[in-house]
Design a protein around this ligand. Structure first.
Ligand code: FAD
Length: 373
């Protein structure tokens, strides 16, 4: 089940929450966390295996913002009170989060964000606008970045806040994706009062706190496992479907396309395993491995997201006009998965950092190429 459907559809959202609570009851959401916060100190590779199975079976129930991004941040930079308040409900799958970072003129260049937070006693008063906030209309809490010192250059004047979405002054405006689903929001802050105790880390150090958000299993295994499942189903469809008296799988071009994708899926899986292995080494050997892990993770993001796109386009090419029939018709192949994947996959190489930015990381930090002029 894709994120766009989960956030768009009430029934899908209820099932997502039910799954989250069920996984939480088993303790499966927080296995990599330290024991004192309800985790089992499980190795990253185990988390990868869980994420791989989850993606392959298209199971919902994982709040990527709360579990994947905020929890590692709080573990690294939150104070004890913040950890006690927020980590257990995330582990139990009870509270869902959204990420308020991007703004209309601050995406890749996040440090240029303009939303302001001005200190007023025990509160900060926030004014500004966020963009592309996935699932803000479903989430109970948001973690966000705001500018607390406009005099400081760029990232040095930012702070990291936790915001209850019920706080007066927060308004959402839906932004429909091109397939019509409601996942994105514009989020407006109009004199929103955030208690000072909801700041994570020190004032004006939010940029460095936000970097901790990346300290989680980031192998992009979800892309690879999803591609594996989609390719298996596409191959089965080609074996079972006849056009002009011939099975699609007898067509040389179709065979070649599927074989190529099969190689790419295996490469992707190997790349993801490599990232998780490197991340484990960071834990064992310390920061000397961190750069290699970060660069390989960027490669995994580029590769996995673009593999998802190549697969969606290949499926639609093979299915021809049938690929345009939406789910629900007797003419729809594979429950319309490729019809929606074709539209959803456009954003894969943008969310979570664009392919160009990832390639910059690989070029500059991995290959140590000079900065372009
Ligand atoms: C599916 C999805 C979900 C998202 N969810 C959230 C969310 O929940 N919360 C949130 O805060 N944000 C979210 N975003 C926003 C996302 O983080 C931004 O879209 C992303 O950071 C890119 O920013 P931008 O859209 O402003 O594009 P820009 O930064 O304006 O980039 C435009 C183009 O220029 C290229 N470019 C920019 N800078 C460089 C450079 N230095 N070198 C080379 N090329 C460059 C980019 O690669 C891109 O192709 C989401 C986006 C998507 C697609």
């Amino acid at each position: 089940m894709g994120a766009e459907n989960i956030y768009d559809n009430d029934e899908a959202w209820d099932f997502h929450c039910y799954m989250a609570r069920s996984l939480g009851q088993k303790g499966w959401l927080s296995r990599p966390w330290p024991r004192e916060y309800g985790g089992q100190a499980a190795p990253i590779i185990e988390q990868l295996l869980f994420n791989e199975a989850k993606a392959y079976y298209r199971a919902p129930g994982i709040d990527y913002q709360g579990l994947g991004m905020l929890a590692p941040t709080l573990l690294a930079s939150g104070n004890e009170e913040q950890k006690q308040q927020h980590l257990p409900p995330i582990a139990r799958g009870e509270i869902m989060w959204c990420q308020g970072w991007s703004e209309p003129n601050a995406g890749s260049d996040l440090a240029s964000l303009k939303t302001k937070a001005v200190r007023d006693g025990d509160y900060y008063v926030v004014n500004g606008q966020k963009a592309w906030t996935s699932g803000a209309h479903r989430a109970q809490w948001c973690f966000m970045l705001a500018r607390t010192d406009p005099e400081q250059p760029r990232h040095r004047g930012l702070s990291f806040f936790l915001v209850d979405m019920k706080t007066p002054g927060i308004k959402l405006r839906p932004v429909r994706a091109m397939n019509g689903t409601y996942m994105f929001n514009e989020m407006f802050f109009d004199d929103v009062r955030i208690p000072r105790m909801n700041m994570v880390g020190e004032e004006n150090r939010g940029w460095y706190v936000s970097l901790m958000t990346m300290n989680f299993e980031r192998s992009s295994i979800g892309f690879m496992a999803e591609a594996k499942r989609n390719l298996e189903e596409l191959s089965k469809y080609c074996k079972e479907t006849k056009r002009n008296g011939r099975r699609l799988s007898d067509d040389t071009l179709v065979r070649s396309l599927l074989a190529q994708l099969s190689i790419e899926v295996e490469v992707g899986l190997a790349l993801s395993y490599n990232v998780a292995w490197l991340q484990e080494k960071v834990q064992e050997k310390g920061m000397e491995m961190a750069l290699q892990a970060a660069v390989t993770a960027s490669a995994g993001k580029v590769y996995g997201s673009e593999l998802g796109q190549r697969l969606a386009y290949a499926g639609c090419r093979i299915m021809g006009l049938y690929s345009q029939v939406k789910a629900g018709s007797k003419w729809t192949p594979l429950k319309g998965r490729f019809e929606s994947a074709y539209q959803e996959c456009v954003s894969l190489n943008m969310g979570g950092g664009t392919s160009e930015i990832m390639r910059n990381v690989i070029a500059l930090r991995g290959l140590e190429l000079p900065k372009g002029t």
